[in-house]
Design a protein around this ligand. Structure first.
Ligand SMILES: O=c1[nH]cnc2cc3nc(NCCN4CCOCC4)[nH]c3cc12
Ligand SMILES: [Zn+2]
Length: 372
């Protein structure tokens, strides 16, 4: 019996919709995971995150190990209790954030040493320590410790990095042990090189995981190159297990990834852009700080039922952003997360109804209409 039964209910082309069952609740797929970096989805109460329809959220090992510390969270009852979120949590393994946030980094076969971006303190992260941190946090889905090569990178550099990540995947598997009720996902690497992606998938399958992530993308390669990889990479992974595309993305990235067989995604975009006044709607992006909204009594999105759209005008949202009021980020983050979850629900329904092509056609046609 797998740690986490994954039941695929329907398929439409390469796309699938189903349910990933965990001891903390079911995850409807395709699923979008809001990012709760420092034990909070910024500007949101956890109850509000749940109200947007999120079944699972993501926590960052890198940030939580630095502050408040994994042992401290463990002493306080684990991350779910600490942040008042009783549904599933997936934690990433820290390597990606070390390379993108920390300084004075040193990468060896054993792991990475780095200086904290918060206070400069020195830290050492290995597959074994990452597994221990994620266990202390109590996360339901643990990510293997990997290395995501920065672009631009030669094929040789990508190959060497991928093979290191595969050795780390084995060490992650060995250190994770047999923790029933908790899942360990492996992470495929290999850049945009098909042979390397095939080698990575083969290595991960022989180690054996509860789910498989596609890493090494959304690192600046662009949507076309990402879709080229997604045209074949999901199919290299076990068909009956979840496929998680890391760090993606804009709404049209998500639609294209789901069409190509991805089941789970995460991205800071809806929350981060919500705090800067960028709203995502069915008709595209609206920058609420633009002067044209100053006297507009209409809701941000007439078709949206979120609190921002059902209780406030564009003029109000414009005002509170211009005034730098806290409610501005709260309302637009709520709207964006609500919109993302509505998009996921629409995709799930379209796949279940064998009408994904129509859904995607309407999705793109709406965005062409403009006039938002
Ligand atoms: O190979 C990976 N391994 C482990 N974690 C990852 C996280 C990742 N996150 C992105 N992209 C995030 C792109 N964001 C888009 C929005 O603005 C911030 C960056 N790509 C990623 C790749 C990996
Ligand atoms: Zn809304």
């Amino acid at each position: 019996m797998p740690s986490f039964p994954f039941q695929i209910a329907a398929r439409d082309g390469a796309a699938r919709t189903g349910t990933l069952t965990t001891r903390r609740g079911d995850i409807r797929t395709p699923a979008f995971m809001p990012v709760g970096t420092a034990a909070t989805v910024k500007a949101m109460m956890p109850e509000s995150v749940a109200e947007t329809g999120a079944d699972i959220l993501l926590g960052n090992t890198y940030h939580l190990m630095l502050r408040p510390g994994a042992e401290r969270i463990d002493r306080l009852g684990g991350l779910h209790r600490f942040m008042n979120w009783d549904r599933p949590i997936l934690t990433d393994s820290g390597g990606f954030q070390v390379m993108s946030l920390a300084s004075l980094r040193k990468l060896t076969e054993d792991g990475v040493t780095f200086a904290s971006h918060i206070d400069g303190s020195r830290h050492h992260l290995t597959p074994e320590r990452s597994m221990e941190i994620q266990r202390l946090l109590g996360s339901d889905i643990v990510m293997a410790f990997d290395e995501c090569p920065a672009l631009p990178a030669t094929d040789d550099q990508v190959a060497a990095s991928m093979r290191l990540s595969m050795r780390w995947a084995q060490r992650s598997r060995d250190a994770f042990g047999d923790r029933s009720g908790h899942a360990l996902f492996g992470i495929m690497q290999g850049g945009i090189n098909r042979e390397l992606r095939e080698e990575s998938a083969e290595a991960l399958r022989s180690i054996g995981f509860d789910g498989y992530a596609i890493g090494g993308l959304a690192v600046g390669e662009g949507q076309a190159a990402m879709f080229d990889v997604l045209d074949y990479a999901p199919g290299l992974l076990p068909d009956d297990q979840p496929r998680y595309l890391m760090g993606v993305g804009k709404p049209d990235d998500i639609v294209g990834a789901v069409q190509r067989g991805v089941d789970m995604m995460d991205c800071v975009l809806p929350s981060r852009s919500g705090r800067t006044g960028q709203a995502w709607t069915a008709r595209g992006q609206v920058n609420i700080k633009n002067a044209r909204h100053a006297d507009d009594p209409r809701p941000l999105d007439e078709s949206c039922t979120c609190p921002a759209c059902s209780r406030y005008s564009r003029a109000y949202l414009h005002h509170v952003f211009r005034a730098g009021e806290m409610i501005s980020g709260m309302l637009l983050t709520w709207h964006n997360l609500h919109y993302y979850q509505q998009l996921m629900a629409g995709l799930r329904g379209a796949i279940a109804g064998a009408r994904l092509d129509d859904f995607v056609a309407v999705f793109h046609a709406e965005r062409e209409k403009g006039d938002i």
